[in-house]
Write a protein that binds this ligand. Structure first.
Ligand code: ADP
Ligand code: MG
Length: 686
């Protein structure tokens, strides 16, 4: 149960004044559903504006407050493009106030033709025309704006404005309770950090690195502590030592020798399985590194020892693919394997449930359906979780609770993340790394080409498709303007469809899961030849026939993401190509990223470089690809503060493993605050 002192923070966001049904959706889009979410919705940055009398006094790129007289409203005919309000300064300079989407309604109200208004925002240039995109403020009087020349800038979603969010934040801050200090006193004093509630207030007010650090540290500490609680809990659990005699593994006739990394990982797993403490191990290996065979060997050890094994896949398609692969490989062993997904109904399902119950099915592959309450195992000894990053720690724990004795867990992930992030994400697990690719892999040719040459690429694509190949076409996704991204992907889809007809399918985040699955499946079965997508392409989907990957505006992606995307091709025997289309204005970092992509295919190296190239404050890429479990701490803070938080958590656990001291109780509050309360629950159960 959550401590009462936190109740005001976990109250729903509707309890804030001025939040009605209309604001619910935009707030939800930002993940702001409770008061604490609003309190932690820290400004992205702070602007300092300059008041000018006319546009001649301002320079492009500058934040200004300027009086303008509205001349004309122009909406695009199709309704898709931007809504432009042309306005003039006292010297006759014209500036367009540009709005996208529903924001145009506000523009219509706020900017009547012929009236003078004070406009605050960033002056940009679009072609010859000066413009301000989505002005931060429009006011009849100058006084209010001149009082807020220094102002926080919050991430917004459609339907929200800066003042609105600032108002809600102020209300949330007024409700902050006083909480006991959970940070180790020595450290807290040395770092000269503010108290928790002060840190939040300062964080909204201005650029206060100490406040930001403290808040990030809290989050990191909560995470480390929770993972350590999981680990401690796991050590107390009774597992089943599994020792195979090698009989089944011998009969497995693999068409290739294992790589050194595979053998090492299998050895590590074998060692864990033989213990009575349940295994908690992560197998980290790039796409194509050969995790499946490692999983198979692990499952066979379990079966040799008389237990059952289950492989959990995040999607139906992946489950099916695994099943087919494993069934073929298992054929010479005589091991019974079954596939169980949410789609299985009636008799077929009954038969599988029976087989799992009486133990005649030794290995089951499936989606989360394999862990429903109705599924009873005779003796589940090992759970393998593929694409681990799709499942949170708490889900992992639910699985571990199946059965009298805790099964061993092998989690697998294809996302090569830097060591620091591995610690943050999987700190409760031991790690095996597949850092060696099977031999004979064809390198993927990576080329960087200017967007202007898109036409040529389409022709090249046509040639490939005619020759029977399949291809991916990825459109970028930027957080602020999701709708526009989807519009861009749709536009690209339509254009390609015009050229290639029904062979093209589209996948993006706003499709219903069934639609998405259907499109993916058509592509996986080879009925569709070209898959146009935003970045949501299923991780792990294996279409060996796909040999071309086109990524639009590649400079917008992080290295790790580009690497993941590129990994969709080069899986068959044929030569694969990855085309990175780049926009005109490349930053130095952008250039370096693309150059690295050409240079190496080593996922672990790219992951470390990715971290190096991204400055602090940029977490977007990782967040999208699900690598970072953090909302507050950015990458720079994770690198700098996580090791300290980790040590702090360990010390606390050593001194007060039950979290019963004053500081321990404060730490419990921290765990609830960051919703790592599954950690506390383990404490109680233990
Ligand atoms: P991932 O790590 O992405 O799950 P897979 O297990 O699907 O990779 O393996 C990718 C491909 O590599 C498969 O076709 C598999 O049969 C093959 N493979 C795995 N191990 C080896 C090896 N040691 N030598 C050659 N090919 C291998
Ligand atoms: Mg795999």
């Amino acid at each position: 149960m959550r401590p009462d002192v936190l109740n005001p923070l976990f109250a729903e966001v509707q309890t804030l004044e001025g939040v009605g049904p209309k604001l619910m959706k935009p707030l939800e889009k930002l993940g702001l559903t409770r008061v604490c979410d609003v309190a932690y919705h820290l400004p992205d940055r702070f602007v300092t504006r300059r008041a000018v009398e006319n546009l001649d006094q301002a320079s492009v790129g500058e934040q200004v407050v300027v009086p303008l007289t509205v001349v004309e409203h122009r909406s695009s005919r199709t309704g898709r493009g931007p809504y432009n309000v042309l306005a003039q300064d006292a010297l006759g300079n014209v500036c367009s106030l540009t709005y996208f989407g529903k924001a145009s309604y506000t523009a219509r109200k706020q900017l009547p033709v012929g009236e003078r208004r004070w406009v605050a925002g960033r002056l940009d240039q679009y072609g010859q025309l000066l413009q301000i995109v989505h002005p931060d403020h429009v006011a009849e009087e100058s006084s209010g704006l001149l009082a807020t020349l220094n102002e926080p800038v919050y991430a917004l979603s459609e339907g929200l404005t800066q003042p609105k969010v600032a108002g809600l934040a102020a209300q949330a801050l007024a409700r902050l309770p006083e909480l006991p200090e959970w940070i180790e006193p020595g450290h807290y004093e040395r770092a000269k950090w503010p108290r928790w509630s002060d840190a939040l207030r300062l964080g909204h007010k201005g650029d206060h690195p100490a406040a930001r650090d403290r808040l990030a540290y809290d989050e990191l500490l909560a995470n480390s502590l929770a993972l350590m609680l999981v680990r401690a809990d796991n050590r107390r659990r009774r597992g089943q030592p599994l020792q195979g005699d090698g009989g089944l593994r011998q009969r497995l006739s693999l068409p290739f020798p294992l790589t050194g990394a595979q053998r090492r990982s299998i050895g590590e797993i074998e060692g864990d399985l033989a213990q009575s403490t349940p295994m908690l191990r992560l197998l980290q290996g790039d796409v194509g590194a050969g995790k499946t065979v490692v999983a198979l060997e692990a499952m066979l050890i379990a079966v040799e020892a008389g237990a059952q094994a289950a492989l959990l896949a995040p999607t139906e398609i992946l489950a099916r693919q695994h099943f087919e692969t494993l069934r073929t490989m298992l054929a010479p062993t005589g091991v019974e394997i079954a596939l169980l997904t949410g789609r299985d109904k009636g008799r077929g399902r009954e038969a599988i449930l029976m087989g799992l119950h009486d133990g005649s099915i030794q290995i089951v592959v499936g989606t989360h359906a394999i862990f429903q309450d109705t599924v009873a195992y005779r003796n589940l000894g090992l759970v393998v979780i593929d694409e681990q990053h799709r499942f949170g720690v708490s889900q992992r724990l639910t699985l571990a609770n199946k059965g009298r004795v805790t099964p061993h867990t092998l989690a697998m992930t294809a996302t090569p993340i830097p060591r620091t992030l591995t610690l943050a994400q999987y700190g409760e697990m031991d790690v095996s790394r597949l850092d060696e690719m099977p031999p004979g892999r064809q390198a993927i040719d990576t080329v960087v080409i200017s967007t202007e040459r898109t036409g040529e690429i389409v022709e090249r694509l046509a040639g490939q498709l005619d020759a029977g190949a399949q291809a991916y076409w990825v459109c970028p996704m930027v957080r602020e303007l999701e709708n526009e991204d989807i519009a861009a992907a749709e536009a690209r889809y339509l254009a390609l469809k015009e050229r290639f007809g029904d062979q093209v399918v589209l996948v993006h985040g706003q499709l219903r899961p069934e639609e998405k699955d259907a499109a993916m499946e058509r592509f996986a079965r080879g009925e569709a030849k070209l898959l146009v997508a935003t970045t949501v392409i299923e991780v792990g989907v294996d279409v060996p026939n796909a040999t071309l990957m086109v990524i639009e505006q590649a400079e917008r992606f992080g290295l790790a993401q580009l690497h993941q995307l590129r990994g969709r091709v080069g899986r068959g025997s044929k030569k694969s190509v990855c085309v990175l289309l780049r926009g005109e204005a490349l930053s130095e970092t952008g250039k370096e990223r693309l150059a690295l992509m050409r240079e190496t295919q080593d996922g672990f190296r790219l992951a470390e470089e990715d971290l190096r190239l991204r400055g602090g404050g940029e977490l977007l890429g990782t967040r999208q690809s699900g690598d970072s479990p953090f909302r507050i701490a950015d990458l720079e803070q994770i690198q700098r503060l996580l090791p300290i938080a980790h040590d702090d958590a360990r010390l606390l656990m050593e001194r007060d493993g039950g979290l019963d001291s004053d500081r321990g109780r404060a730490a419990r509050i921290l765990l609830y605050l960051f919703e790592r309360d599954w950690g506390v629950q383990l404490l109680r159960g233990g």
